[in-house]
Design a protein around this ligand. Structure first.
Ligand SMILES: NC(=O)c1ccc[n+]([C@@H]2O[C@H](COP(=O)([O-])OP(=O)(O)OC[C@H]3O[C@@H](n4cnc5c(N)ncnc54)[C@H](OP(=O)(O)O)[C@@H]3O)[C@@H](O)[C@H]2O)c1
Length: 263
């Protein structure tokens, strides 16, 4: 891609999003970084500015608010910043028995993981299609491959991302706009603390750094790949989750997390 527009990365104040913004800046892309914590975004912008000769813009936005995707899009248009890459990374999880979770938390999660991602895709894909070029990355999860007891609503939100991303990829295939879905497994970020997640030792075998996930994801997105699962254990998990009987897979996943979460 020549004559580059900006790469907009949501959830760029920590973890995989911050690593993706750094990876893209390292490859020469000017970046728009967005999240709620302005100080964290400012620190990242300073680091990018020190390490890479690209422009960085900060937009502070709570994407779990109704209409927040459109609001962010309007602000970016108002600032006259053409976006050529959209990375829908912002998201969080909730880990506990479903009946012990609070509806307000679940609603906030679905607003962010599902609605904001959908709204941002709709807003930014339209000008990309009109321009005949663009790259979109949807950050799903290894949890998108199987029903996952104790993270039931979170996993379901990522099933949406999987189905949505892979379907619109087909619709856009002749427009010059590609859609890549990234399926990280357990990654060393603030995610587990936010989700209050207790991961059994077996699941930690597949753990990767945010930088490794970002590198693999960005490479696949720039090549216009359909889907990317970082790490060999995560690839095996994805494969077996899709070929084994659903009931067996759900039981296996549930049993792994049961001890950590049952009261
Ligand atoms: N880490 C893992 O094990 C793992 C595994 C599979 C998939 N994922 C997915 O990877 C993505 C990134 O997660 P991560 O692991 O990097 O977690 P993280 O370190 O907790 O980062 C989450 C990012 O999302 C932003 N965010 C949270 N709520 C927001 C809101 N209401 N509005 C705007 N931004 C919000 C956070 O920024 P602010 O708090 O500043 O708003 C932060 O930048 C998520 O979609 C997650 O589901 C993670």
């Amino acid at each position: 891609m020549t004559d580059r527009g900006y790469a907009l990365v949501t959830g760029a104040s920590s973890g995989i999003g911050a690593a993706i913004a750094l990876e893209l800046a390292g490859r020469g892309w000017p970046v728009i970084i967005t999240a709620r914590r302005r100080a964290r975004l400012a620190a990242l912008a300073e680091r990018i500015g020190a390490e890479h000769p690209v422009d960085v813009k900060i937009f502070e936005q709570d994407l779990a608010l109704p209409g927040a995707g459109q609001k962010l899009f309007d602000a970016v248009v108002e600032a006259d910043l053409p976006v050529q890459i959209l990375v829908n990374n912002a998201g969080f999880g909730l880990q506990a028995r479903f009946v012990d979770q609070q509806m307000a938390d679940i609603e906030r999660m679905i607003r962010l993981n599902v609605l904001a991602l959908t709204e941002l895709t709709l807003c930014f894909a339209r000008p990309m299609v009109a321009a005949g070029r663009g790259r979109i990355m949807q950050v799903a999860s290894a949890a998108a491959f199987l029903p996952s007891p104790y993270v039931a609503a979170y996993a379901a939100s990522k099933h949406y991302v999987k189905a949505f991303g892979e379907a619109i990829r087909f619709e856009l295939r002749r427009t010059g706009v590609s859609v890549t879905t990234l399926y990280p497994g357990i990654t060393r970020t603030e995610f587990n603390a936010v989700a209050d997640a207790k991961t059994p030792p077996l699941m930690n075998l597949s753990i990767l750094s945010a930088e490794a996930v970002a590198r693999i994801g960005v490479k696949a997105m720039l090549k216009g790949k359909r889907a990317v699962v970082p790490g060999i254990i995560n690839k095996l998990n994805a494969f077996f989750s899709e070929v084994f009987h659903r009931g067996f897979i759900t039981h296996a996943a549930g049993s792994l997390l049961e001890d950590a979460n049952d009261h």
